[in-house]
Design a protein around this ligand. Structure first.
Ligand SMILES: [Zn+2]
Length: 339
């Protein structure tokens, strides 16, 4: 039995709570939690956002879901944590938790005896993801990130989980479904004489990856970004959830299964030993051929320190809106277009 099971909730009602994750000298640190409990029994859907607290489209989508979803029309429950990285939200901090400087989405499934970010991941994993039949983590480009719309699912080698995660990802009108995981994350790691390094992101340490590893179908959303709230993107996510509730039998009506997507694979991170000003020749969502120029790293006299070329054919899934790079920082992220 967990904290969630002790809450006073009623069929056909939405209730708001605080999910405790730890203490600081100032008192309890807790996360906002909405429980939308349907009038009839049915599956449980878990929705979190604000793991990266300056990714606002997901946060606004989660808040609107808790406000607008009618529990009297629902079979089953929806657990919603609109902000996981609460201290980062207060100070508009990108990527990390100001309390321990950890990126929470790199430490799932967490550790109850770890730092506050590891403990937060543990509580979210055990109280939300593991209590769900389907789990969603809503991200977008962070304050300085530009990202094409995509939904993402981790392949874990369990046929049922993998099929359901993928199908849930296709219920959102993102245009790109990116598959990560077994046989994908580890391939094609390489380094070059010019000082670039290229490797797949290990999706097991992410919230949706850890949920899938535990047998819970899960989806990562990457929707809009750069510190903005985009009403059309929020609406796309809300429409996607309407589809999800129909797909799971929690609402009446057929889901729209006719949305079209391009499949991409993996999140391959290009890094460099060179720092400076990165001058890109590609943009977010661009399709690139292997060997295609991606941009140059300049010093502050305009000298070219390094030139970067695409190590594989793929789609640019993430770029930064700032040119500033320090040695070892990510230049950009690709998804492969062939499996
Ligand atoms: Zn994020």
């Amino acid at each position: 039995m967990g904290f969630i099971d002790t809450l006073d909730t009623r069929p056909g009602k939405t209730s708001f709570h605080q999910l405790p994750v730890g203490r600081t000298p100032l008192g309890e640190l807790s996360l906002p939690l909405a429980v939308v409990r349907g009038a009839k029994p049915g599956p449980t859907v878990g929705v979190i956002s604000g793991v990266h607290a300056a990714e606002y489209n997901g946060i606004v989508t989660a808040v609107r879901l808790s406000k607008e979803l009618d529990p009297t029309e629902l079979s089953g429950s929806v657990l919603i944590v609109p902000v996981v990285n609460v201290r980062a939200l207060e100070v508009r901090n990108p990527f990390r938790n100001p309390l321990d400087q950890v990126n929470i989405n790199r430490v799932f499934p967490g550790n109850p005896y770890g730092s506050i970010s590891e403990r937060t991941a543990h509580i979210v994993h055990t109280e939300i993801a593991l209590k769900s039949d389907a789990f969603f983590d809503l991200h977008s480009g962070d304050l300085i990130e530009a990202i094409p719309l995509h939904s993402s699912a981790k392949r874990v080698g369990n046929e049922d989980v993998d099929r359901t995660s993928y199908e849930l990802a296709t219920l959102f009108d993102t245009g790109i479904v990116n598959t990560m995981g077994v046989g994908i994350d580890d391939t094609n790691a390489s380094s070059s004489d010019e000082g670039t390094y290229f490797a797949g992101l290990q999706s097991g340490a992410t919230s949706h990856g850890a949920a899938s590893d535990a047998g819970i179908p899960a989806v990562l959303m990457e929707a809009g970004g750069a510190g903005t709230v985009e009403p059309s993107v929020v609406q796309m996510e809300l429409d996607g959830f309407e589809n999800v509730f129909r797909y799971l039998g929690m609402k009446s009506g057929e889901p729209n299964r006719d949305l079209t997507h391009v499949d991409t694979y993996g999140m391959y991170i290009l890094k460099s030993i060179h720092g400076g000003l990165f001058m890109p020749e590609v943009g977010p969502g661009d399709y690139v051929q292997k060997g295609q120029p991606l941009g140059e790293m300049w010093d502050l006299q305009g000298n070219v320190l390094a030139e970067f070329a695409a190590p594989m054919a793929g789609v640019v899934l993430m770029m930064f809106t700032t040119p500033v790079r320090t040695s070892g920082e990510t230049i950009l992220i690709f998804g492969r277009t062939d499996e």
